[in-house]
Design a protein around this ligand. Structure first.
Ligand SMILES: Nc1nc2c(ncn2[C@@H]2O[C@H](COP(=O)(O)OP(=O)(O)OP(=O)(O)O)[C@@H](O)[C@H]2O)c(=O)[nH]1
Ligand SMILES: [Mg+2]
Length: 240
């Protein structure tokens, strides 16, 4: 049995067109976990035939899919990546390596568009505003709440995330910031997605994302369970 160093969670809702390109680009030692969220285009069968681990999550929502992937993961490090070919799995080491080197506890990929149409203006604007708000409220110097990211599996589980929709990536960031994790941002290329846009590419999707995220930001964010506070001595013991 191969011991994978990194499990890559790929939330997937009808991404049959993008999956072959993505799955052939997994770096060595990285295992793809495709979380099929009720696709009707054969995504699950394609992913399975290309050697990915497939997990089914019936409950709709980006967070439901992402979290099911986290629960299915077994590798010490878990990375997240969209399954729409907007991000290249060959770039995953950019977010994973600082975790492996114990230089950071959460690494976020800051999306750097490769072409002018990679990122719709309304989504970019919403993201710039959100990042500004997050810098002000948490003091963490981030500029994008990007979907490509990595952390240790045990740390992510300790955050005890509850959002199952578009707020999941934000809740992860807020939990990590509240628990004083070392959060690092790295640049990652962002290309136009393959297939039909679902969230930020559509006005409806963007409005849902804004609603989910505003709800998280307006409630006094609860501090995560004590276990999510990383004590360096515990962390080092766990690694030896
Ligand atoms: N929107 C949405 N995406 C899901 C769901 N379940 C899984 N996904 C996947 O989550 C990832 C992110 O969704 P995207 O549709 O790419 O969202 P986005 O990047 O904000 O916007 P677009 O790429 O423009 O659609 C994709 O790989 C989707 O296939 C779900 O219930 N809703
Ligand atoms: Mg996308």
């Amino acid at each position: 049995m191969i011991n994978f160093r990194v499990d890559v969670v790929l939330p997937c809702l009808n991404e049959a067109q993008a999956l072959p390109w993505i799955l052939e680009r997994m770096p060595v030692g990285y295992r793809a976990i495709v979380v099929d969220n009720g696709s009707t285009d054969g995504s699950a069968a394609i992913a399975r035939s290309l050697g990915a681990q497939v997990v089914h999550e019936n409950r709709r929502g980006f967070g439901a899919a992402a979290h099911a992937g986290l629960l299915a993961a077994t590798a010490p490090i878990v990375a997240f990546c969209d399954a729409d070919a907007s991000m290249d799995p060959r770039d995953l080491p950019l977010v994973v390596d600082p975790i492996s080197a114990d230089e950071a506890d959460l690494v976020l990929g800051r999306r750097r568009p490769t072409t002018r149409n990679a990122w719709p203006p309304h989504a970019r604007l919403a993201n710039t505003y959100l990042s500004w708000r997050l810098r002000r409220t948490t003091g963490v110097n981030i500029h994008d709440l990007g979907p490509m990211r990595a952390a240790r599996r045990d740390h992510l589980l300790a955050l005890d995330l509850i959002d199952r929709r578009s707020g999941y990536p934000l809740e992860m960031f807020l939990g990590a910031a509240a628990a004083n994790w070392r959060i690092r941002e790295v640049d990652t290329p962002y290309a136009p997605r393959v297939g039909r846009s679902k969230v930020t590419g559509t006005v409806r999707g963007t409005l849902t994302a804004i609603k989910d995220m505003s709800a998280l930001l307006s409630t006094n964010y609860r501090r995560p369970a004590a276990a999510a506070n990383i004590d360096p001595s515990i962390r080092n013991e766990a690694r030896s």
